[in-house]
Design a binder for this molecule. Sequence first.
Ligand SMILES: Nc1ncnc2c1ncn2[C@@H]1O[C@H](COP(=O)(O)OP(=O)(O)OP(=O)(O)O)[C@@H](O)[C@H]1O
Ligand SMILES: [Mg+2]
Length: 584
Amino acid sequence: MPRIHKLPSAVIDRIAAGEVVERPASAVKELVENALDAGASRIDIEIDGGGVDRILVRDDGSGMTSEDARLALERHATSKISTDDDLARVATYGFRGEALPSIAAVSKLTLTTSDGSSPDAAAVRIRSDFGGRPSREVAARPRGTDVLIESLFETTPARRKFLASVEAEARAVAVVVTKAALSNPSVAFTLRSNGRETMDAPAAVDRGSRILQVFGRSTLGELETFDARSGSLKLAGYATRGSVTFPNRRYQYLFVNGRPVEDRALSKAISQASRDAIRIDRHPAVFLYLTAEPGAVDVNVSPAKTQVRFADAATAFRLVYHALNSALVAGKEERKLRSVPSGDVVAESPAPYRDPFAVPPGAPVGLPTPPPASPKDTAPPPGVVPPPEGAKRPPDIQPIGQHRESYILASGEEGLLIIDQHAAHERTLYERIRDRIASGRMLSQRLLLRVLFEATPEEVETLAARFADLAAAGFEIEPMSGRSYAIAALPAESTDRDPSETLRMALASLADAGSADEPLRRDKLAASIACRSAVTIRYHLAPEEIRRLIADWSRTQDRFTCPHGRPVVLSMSEEELEKYFKRR
Ligand SMILES: Nc1ncnc2c1ncn2[C@@H]1O[C@H](COP(=O)(O)OP(=O)(O)OP(=O)(O)O)[C@@H](O)[C@H]1O
Ligand SMILES: [Mg+2]
């Protein structure tokens, strides 16, 4: 008996399926791409349970004849390419003839399709259970295709085990649909997750309007548009202007020949261009659409087709870097001349958001007064863990002054201290918020006017899944229609003038925390609120504010690092000073 034998085709299919369908979002991606390749003008997507329970993708594209529909479920059956030469010039999303059979191998798949050729809407319905022999029946449907996927990975428990939480899977689906919508502005898209509409993007006239449709004008503001070309490479780009920046790179998208891709070199070009133009730890929203002659870029690099290879990668890098950098610099200059767009306010008379800790106008705005802290000698409120016995007495630190409105010089027991004012304040607020949430005290500040928050499809999922965390921190959020919410209250410690941005950062931190357990998630949430509320650098502080900042900070548990792990203080010991000045 030879030890080597050919695998049964069912096993081969399942192995291939593992490469193409990693998670519900990858199935959605393949189905949406098929609909786009079929020339659909509208695509409706529904998912339940993050897509694990059910995925439905409906399009009004070309549809298939009964015979083609049967072939579509067979491996390496495609209508998109026929020769090796074609592979070098693919103009469709699909080309392998792998997606449908791969999905069929790991789910219950029902495909209903009609090419519209018969007047009485005759259609065919094909059912396949986990790669078994498909059954066929007649159905009725206007031109187009429905693909229904149920019980994904039910027979592949190992794969199911590695899925993230339902919320994270749903977010991944939202990202996939967002990308498809961004690269195909003329196609109408809707997405519903567990019955809730998370995207409704009617056909748009151009990319710029589609971007604003998907993310909301209140999120992005006006976009800076730019074009550039080099040889056969063409770039059309959109970026947020001036001060509209984000705490992470989630709003950065790259498309090459219409395909959403990830490319390490080009991401680097984006971050370098942003850093050189903005110079702070923030990121603009950037949408880059690159087109290259098919020969200049290879799309057949990874199973999910999310990577590309450029024949001339260095030129692509330079093109992106220079175009984006000059657009961001131009957007910044423009900013100085315009007034900052404020978030939409739900009520008609827009009044500026006022926070209860704010210093009266005219006075240097800065540190909020801490909410009345329980004096040392009274019992802590129920649930608060008292500091451990023998907790250290706070060190004696005397502020000297502020350097460049960013660093506080102080004289401490350890020597001369240079303290990063933002990091120190952030540490103080973080511990205050963290301890408050842990003790179950919900402390909010109501907004005079509720502020309209337009969530992105991805954010809707986080909001739904993490409502309790947000409420515990003091956010009060009321769902309105679709993706709209009203922010009615913020955590008490928040000093932010822009409630939407505070919530947005909070959602980003919760999304980053993923399926981490509750205490860890709430820690991250506290860190995000603290970061957003802490006094920034290049900010003038009055002597009294400096004194209070230092006093509060000196009592924190972990004085030396900010919640993100960056250092707070640089100290120079007596000894070092004396050595330097040659007194010893
Ligand atoms: N929504 C649809 N409308 C019309 N035809 C479709 C649709 N979905 C699939 N097809 C047909 O079924 C074939 C097989 O689809 P499948 O996704 O498996 O492969 P592909 O798109 O050709 O290549 P790839 O594996 O790279 O996606 C397609 O080539 C196309 O002819
Ligand atoms: Mg396909």
